[in-house]
Design a protein around this ligand. Sequence first.
Ligand SMILES: Cc1ncc(C[n+]2csc(CCOP(=O)(O)OP(=O)(O)O)c2C)c(N)n1
Length: 524
Amino acid sequence: MKGAQAILETLHQAGVDTLFANPGTSEMALVRALDDAGTVRGVLALFEGVVTGAADGYGRMAGRPAGTLLHLGPGLANGSANLHNARRARTPIVNIVGEHTRSHLALDAPLTTDVEALARPVSKWVRTIGETADAGPDTAAAIVAARTRGGPATLIVPADVAWTEGATPAATPAALAPVQPGKAQVELAASLARKHGKRCMLLLGGGAVGEQGVAAAARLAAATGVRLASETFNARAARGAGRPFIPKVPYFGEAAEEFLRNVDVLLLVEARSPVNFFGYPGRRGTPVNLGTQVITVAQAGEDGSHALRSIAELCGAGAARSAIAGAQAFDRPTGPIDALSLAKALARQLPEGAVLCDEAVTASIALPEVLAGAAPYDHLDLMGGAIGGSLPLSTGVAIGAPERRVYCVSGDGSALYTIQALWTQARENLDVTTVICANRSYAILAYEHLQIEGRLPGPNAMPVLSLDRPAMRFADMARGFGVEAVTVDSAEGLDDALAAAAKRRGPFLIEAAMAPMALPPKAP
Ligand SMILES: Cc1ncc(C[n+]2csc(CCOP(=O)(O)OP(=O)(O)O)c2C)c(N)n1
C-alpha cells in the first residue's frame, strides 16, 4: 500500500470519515487515495479558512475529529485563524498538510516554508512523517492526539512519502473516557457551595455547558442557592426552554466586574478564571474581585458534568432545578431590525433541536437572554475571537449533525472573511440558514475606539471601520455562490423570511439590513 492509502485507511478505520479539503500538487497522491479507498468523504472548500472552520463545526457536533487536507505552509497559514478558533474550542481535528518531497525541499522551490513552525501555535500536536512505513502509525498517533489533547493535531506528509509503496494502515486505540476530577476537589466544592450559597458562583465551560452539565448545575443551584454562570464564549451550550438560563460573564470588562461583584467563591468547572478580552487603559486585566477565592473543580477536558452530578449528590440535591426557562410565546417583532428584534424573530422561528452559530458581534447581544425562552437548541460561539468563523462553522455543523437545522447569524464584516463557505453549502445541499446582520460597519470597533480613545472615530479614521461605500449586496453574493437569498429591512420581514427558511431544504441566506448600532451596545 502507498503512504497516502495507509493514511486514508487509518483515518477511516478510526471513524474519521470526512476530509475538508483544499489540495494542491503536493497532495495529489492523497487526492488519488480518496478514489482508492472510497470510504472517506472529501468536501471541497474554496479557502482554507473555510476548510478549518468547517472541521471545527463538524468536531463540535460529531464529537469526533474531521480531517482537513491543506496545501503546504501557505495553505495551512490561510487556515490558521480558524484553527486558532478550533484550538480555543478544544475541537479535535486531524490536519493533513502536504509538503514537498524530501529531496525537493533542499532546492527552496517557491512554496517552500517552515510548515512545522506555522503549525505549532495552532496545533496541540505536530509531526512530519519521516518514512513511508510510518504513515499508518503516525496517522493513528495524530488521531489519538486530536482526541486526547483537545484541539487540532497536524500531520505533515511529504509528497514522496504519500506516493511510495511500503505502508500499512495502523489501528487507532479506542477513545478513552474523559478524566474524572479528583474526589478532594468535588468534596471541597460541595462544602463551599453549601457554606456560601448565593455568594458562591459556579462558572461552567467546555462540556459542562452541555445538556447533562446544566441539568446537574440547576439541581445544585436549587439545593444550595449557588449562582450559575457560563464563560462568555462557549463551544456548544445547551440553551432554550426546559434548560436553566445560565447567564454568560459579560464581554465588556465593566459589566463583567459588576456581574462578579458579590462573588466570594468562584468554582470553575471546565472553565478558566475570567479575563477581559483586551487590556484597556487604567483597567485591571481581570474582572474577578481581588478578594474572590477561585477554585478549579474540573480542568478543561475533564468530565465537569460528572463532577457537577457528584457535587449535587453531596449537597443532597433532589430533582428540583432552579432557573429553568419556560417556553415563551413571543409576539411578532415589529419595526427596524436591531439586536432585540433579531433575537425575538429567531426565538419565534428556531425549530426544536436547531443549532445556532453566533458571530453576530454587536447584534448578538440579546440572543442568549431572549433565546432562553425559545425551543431547546445548541448555541455555538466563536471561541478564539478571530472573526470569519461562523459561516464555515455552520457548514461543518450541518455535515457533522445532518439531522439538525443549522442557523448562522453573522455580522456583515465577519461574514466577508469566509463568504465562500456559501458555495460549499450549495454544493453539499446543506440545511443552513445564514442571517447577515448588515449594519454596514465594524460597529464593535467604533465602540472600542470610544473606550480606549475617549471619543468616536473622526472623519479620517471612520473609513477604516465602515463598510458603507459601496454597500455590499449579500443576497446577490449568495445567489452567485448558488444559495437562494432574500433581503429584508424590517423585523416583520425578517420574521417571515425565517419562517419560510424553516420549511425549506438546502441553504438559504437572509440579508438583514439593520438599524445602525446604538452606542454603547447593551443587553436588553
Ligand atoms: C481575524 C480578525 N481580524 C480582525 C479582527 C478585529 N475585529 C473584531 S470585530 C471586527 C468587526 C466585526 O464587524 P461585524 O462582523 O460587521 O460586526 P459588528 O461589529 O458590526 O457588530 C473586527 C474587524 C478580529 N477579531 N479577527
